[in-house]
Design a protein around this ligand. Structure first.
Ligand code: MLT
Length: 314
């Protein structure tokens, strides 16, 4: 009786705007995916989608806020691989990734690029390597904090080149990009959703992509992979998923997941994503249960890598 009551109460869901929390600053790659997805979701779920940016602590502040939000279907989280790396990075993470969220489906996978400030005296990967060697101890690498995709990629990159760099954390890679453009930081590993426009306009240097296959967009196709540039096996692409607080009624979860699946098939959404090098998920990970299994596997994959690097936030 209770479940039918809850079901009945949610028959009208959603009756008011739905907020999607983005745990990084506006204008960055996570925000970009959220706004494009929100636009596609709006017509599928027939409700206004509000994007709320809650930056800080590599995405864990925003994730924590949603883990504690009312489980009523009106506060969701759009987050990325940080959901899988934060458990190893933060000893006192204020939420449990697998227990405190309902899993609503995986959205896309986004390659990353190693980019540099416009004044960096290197115009290809080999020259970047020479410059890094010659400037050991003075290199500033920007990221969006421990738990960010740019942190994970920067960590793996430093391990591969065997050069420790000073990392400069920001509330997202949008503000980080401003400092890269201004020359305040030297290099960054950031998602193509944020870098391909700047690369295309020649405003930043671009050295390589982090996937094992070259990308196909005109701007990014000319970039070598790190794998072919000597970093054998380097393979990082950033997945984004949608989450609700644990306990959100199934009636609401089902409506959101149905709308998500339709949005991921929306030609305009797919066009925008592919134009920036991203790949929209079409396999079973669009289902909540498979999305959760995938995140659990990613926690088990990245945990040892991060622990081996000895990086903890607290
Ligand atoms: C990251 O590095 O995790 C993201 O690029 C942060 C962002 O979306 O700004």
């Amino acid at each position: 009786a209770l479940s039918t009551l809850a079901g009945a109460a949610f028959a009208e869901y959603p009756e008011k705007p739905i907020t999607i929390v983005v745990p990084f600053a506006a204008g960055g790659p996570t925000d970009k995916v959220a706004r494009d997805l929100g636009e596609a979701l709006r017509t599928k779920i027939n409700q206004v989608i509000v994007i709320e940016n809650v930056g800080g602590a590599g995405g864990t502040l925003g994730a924590s806020k949603v883990s504690k939000a009312a489980p009523d279907g009106y506060t969701l989280l759009l987050h990325h691989i940080g959901m899988a790396t934060s458990p190893a990075l933060y000893r006192n993470l204020p939420f449990k990734t697998l227990e405190d969220f309902e899993y609503l489906g995986l959205i896309n996978e986004v390659p990353m690029t190693v980019v540099g400030r416009p004044t960096l005296p290197a115009n290809n990967f080999a020259e970047l390597m020479k410059w890094l060697e010659a400037n050991k101890g003075k290199v500033n690498l920007a990221n969006a904090g421990l738990g960010a995709a740019s942190h994970l990629c920067g960590l793996l990159f430093q391990q591969s080149v065997k050069i420790d760099m000073t990392t400069v954390p920001y509330k997202g890679t949008a503000p980080a990009m401003n400092d890269l453009l201004g020359g305040q930081v030297d290099i960054m590993c950031d998602q193509t959703t944020n870098t391909s426009g700047q690369i295309e306009s020649g405003k930043i240097k671009a050295f390589a992509v982090t996937t094992t296959k070259r990308l196909t967009t005109p701007t990014l196709a000319k970039l070598p992979t790190l794998d072919e540039s000597g970093m054998k096996g380097f393979n990082v692409s950033i997945w984004h998923g949608l989450y609700a607080p644990k306990g959100t009624p199934k009636a609401a979860l089902d409506k959101i997941n149905t709308a998500l699946k339709a949005a991921l098939k929306d030609p305009e959404f797919i066009k925008r994503e592919e134009a920036l090098g991203a790949v929209v998920v079409t396999d079973n990970r669009v289902n909540g249960a498979d999305h959760k299994k995938f995140v659990e596997a990613e926690i088990n994959k990245w945990g040892p890598v991060i622990k081996a690097a000895g990086q903890y936030a607290d």
